[in-house]
Design a protein around this ligand. Sequence first.
Ligand SMILES: [Zn+2]
Length: 134
Amino acid sequence: MKAKRMSSCSCPECGSTLQFTEWSFVDSELDLEETYRLTNGTFFKHICPECGMEFNSYHSLNFNDPRSRTLVRYIKNDDLDNKNEGNVSHILLGDENAPDYTIDVLFNPISFMDCIRQVRFGYISMENGAECAN
Ligand SMILES: [Zn+2]
């Protein structure tokens, strides 16, 4: 699995196009900066260089924590809608050949980052009250 690629999104305020690195897979032991940004909630945040607008642009992402043997997956609704229902189980569990792993699948990016905090620190944000769906 290729972990990252260049992607772009549009500023919701002024319409400018921003380039950013879109990750499909973050490993907590290899990708320290990205793991930090996931746990502090800024991973999906962008700042428009034209107008300074701060906004979030979400995309599907897998987060692997080898220490706790947990894989946390965020699947963006758009990605799910593109597949027919029969293929959903493949999307959810397709390529993991790790039966002793806990796999959490979330469809909300805020819950996804809460789940990662819980995996890393045993901590759940009281604001959002989300729990891992395992
Ligand atoms: Zn802008």
